[in-house]
Design a protein around this ligand. Structure first.
Ligand code: AMP
Ligand code: TRP
Length: 327
C-alpha cells in the first residue's frame, strides 16, 4: 500500500529556493512511491494583510510552479484549498476541540504576532487548526515540509488524537517528514533568519523565477565571514548556508565539496554555486513559461484534483459530523 501524503504552500509571494529545497523538490522525488495530495493553501494566505488581485495572481503562479518543478497530475491530486469548502468546516470543528493553550504555544504565531500585537487577526491565531483540517480531512499519513512546519504538523497529530479520544476513532495520526539536508535554508543577507517570502531586502532570497543575472548578483553579495577555509561549520552560518545549498543541489557529500573548494576563495564558492542554481532553475523557468501559456489546462488540472478528492472528503466529513452529534 502506498503512503498517503499531503502538503501545501501559501500563495503569499514568489516562491524561493527554501520552498524548493525544503518542500517541492522532495514531493517530486517521492511522487511515484506515494499517494499524493498537494494543495495551494489560499485561505492561509489571507490571515495577514493582502491584496485580492495579487492573491489571484499568486495562486496561478504557484500552480504553474508546482507543475514546472515536476509534479505530475497523474500520481498527484493538485487543487486549491478554497475550492473544497470542507477545509473550513472541519477547521471550525477543530477550533472547538483545541485548547487555547495549544495555539498559544505555537512559535510561528508568537513570531508573526510580535509586531502586529492587538491588530493581529483571529485567523492568524487559529491558522494551525485550519492546517490540521487540511491534513486530517484526507486521512494523511505523511506530511513532507521544511523544518519550520514541524510544530504545526505535530499539533495536527495532537488534535487527531484528542478528537479520537473524545468522539471515537476517526482520524489517522499524521507524521511530519523532514529531510536532513536543507530543511531550513537561511537568508543570503542574514543567515540568522530563514529564507522567507516576506522580506523587504532585495538580496535576501533567490526566487525560483529570478533571471540568471539576478541570481548571480544576489549570490555575489551573500553574507560570509572574515575567515578563509571553505568547510561545513555551523558556527559560520553564512558559509554553512551556501555550502548546504550547494550540497542539496549537487547531491555530493560534504567531504567531496570541501575537497573541491580546498585552497579556493569565497568568490569561487559563490560563482560555482550560482552556476548550479542557474542550471537547476533554467529548465524549471522554461517549463513554467510553457505551462502558463495555457491557463485553461491549469484550470482543468485543478478541477480534476477536486473531483478525485470528493469521495475521500465526503467519507471523512460524514464520520466527523455523526461522531460529533451534528447529524
Ligand atoms: P510557506 O512559504 O511558508 O508557505 O512554506 C511552504 C513550504 O516550504 C513549507 O513546507 C515550509 O516548511 C517550506 N519552507 C519555507 N521556507 C523554507 C526555508 N527557508 N527552508 C526550507 N524550507 C522552507
Ligand atoms: N503552514 C504551511 C506553511 O506555511 C502551509 C500549509 C498549510 C501546510 N496547510 C498545510 C503544509 C498542510 C503542510 C500540510 O508552510
Amino acid at each position: 500500500m502506498k503512503k498517503r501524503v499531503f502538503s501545501g504552500i501559501k500563495p503569499s509571494g514568489s516562491l524561493h529556493l527554501g520552498n524548493y529545497l525544503g518542500a517541492i523538490r522532495n514531493w517530486v522525488a517521492d511522487q511515484d512511491k506515494c499517494e499524493n495530495i498537494f494543495c495551494v493553501v489560499d485561505q492561509h494566505a489571507i490571515t495577514v494583510d493582502y491584496e485580492p488581485a495579487a492573491l489571484r495572481q499568486n495562486v496561478r503562479e504557484l500552480v504553474g510552479l508546482y507543475l514546472a518543478c515536476g509534479l505530475d497530475p497523474a500520481p498527484c491530486a493538485l487543487f486549491v484549498q478554497s475550492h473544497v469548502p470542507e477545509h473550513t468546516e472541519l477547521a471550525w470543528l477543530f477550533n472547538c476541540v483545541t485548547p487555547m493553550g495549544w495555539l498559544q504555544r505555537m512559535t510561528q504565531f508568537k513570531e508573526k504576532s510580535d509586531d502586529l500585537r492587538e491588530q493581529v487577526s483571529a485567523g492568524l491565531f487559529t491558522y494551525p487548526t485550519l492546517m490540521a483540517a487540511d491534513i486530517l480531512l484526507y486521512q494523511t499519513e505523511e506530511v513532507p515540509v521544511g523544518d519550520d512546519q514541524k510544530q504545526h504538523v505535530e499539533l495536527a497529530r495532537d488534535i487527531a488524537q484528542r478528537f479520537n479520544h473524545l468522539f471515537g476513532e476517526t482520524f489517522v495520526l499524521p507524521e511530519p517528514v523532514i529531510r536532513k539536508v536543507a530543511a531550513r535554508v537561511m537568508g543570503l543577507d542574514d543567515p540568522s533568519k530563514k529564507m522567507s517570502k516576506s522580506t523587504t531586502s532585495d538580496s535576501h532570497g533567490i526566487g525560483l523565477l529570478d533571471p540568471p543575472a539576478l541570481i548571480r548578483k544576489k549570490l555575489s553579495r551573500a553574507t560570509t565571514d572574515s575567515q578563509r577555509e571553505i568547510v561545513f561549520d555551523r558556527e559560520r552560518p553564512g558559509v554553512f548556508n551556501l555550502l548546504t545549498i550547494f550540497q542539496a543541489l549537487s547531491g555530493q557529500s560534504q567531504e567531496e565539496i570541501e575537497a573541491h573548494f580546498a585552497g579556493k576563495g569565497y568568490a569561487q564558492l559563490k560563482g560555482d554555486l550560482a552556476d548550479l542554481v542557474v542550471a537547476t532553475l533554467e529548465p524549471i523557468q522554461a517549463r513554467y513559461r510553457e505551462i502558463t501559456s495555457a491557463p485553461e489546462q491549469i484550470d482543468q488540472i485543478l478541477a480534476q484534483g477536486v473531483t478525485r478528492l470528493r469521495p475521500l472528503v465526503e467519507a471523512t466529513m460524514t464520520r466527523v459530523r455523526c461522531a460529533m452529534g451534528l447529524r
